[in-house]
Design a protein. Sequence first.
Length: 166
Amino acid sequence: MDNDSNQIGEFLPVDDTKATLARAFDSAWDRFLEREGTKAGTELNRRRLASRIVAAAKSGEADQDVLAEAGLIYLCVLAETVRLGAEPREPDAQPFGLEAQGTHAFGPQTVAAMSAALDKCMQELPLQAPSSALQFLSASILGEASRGEHDPERLSRHALEALRNR
């Protein structure tokens, strides 16, 4: 490898990195659509996935499978948060061990705030964060939104704080 090669990661030249990123994206995208259905194939989700994979690569990750898995987990958690926010819950349901907040169906602005909050939280977590931590964050954000908080910054700050104190 010559010194003039532009590099994103420490070990891969730009051409190899671009190919790795593209394959990671395709792998994650295909699995995401298999899981969530073609309705989830929005431009916003494509941008979110690409952004997460590029961020992981810039942080030093060069393994295509790890990049794809990180992107897939990220999108699936966001999709689950939207589902949890949009579906009425049983009054006695206790998602992820939190006390039930009553039955709620959130409007589009609140769902967007919850998604933005989860996105902020995930930016703070390591790439290989356990799914239980992601579920806890989702439930914490949902609980706070159920109590009337709709600011993404405060939702994410509260969720991260709750995770640290867990």
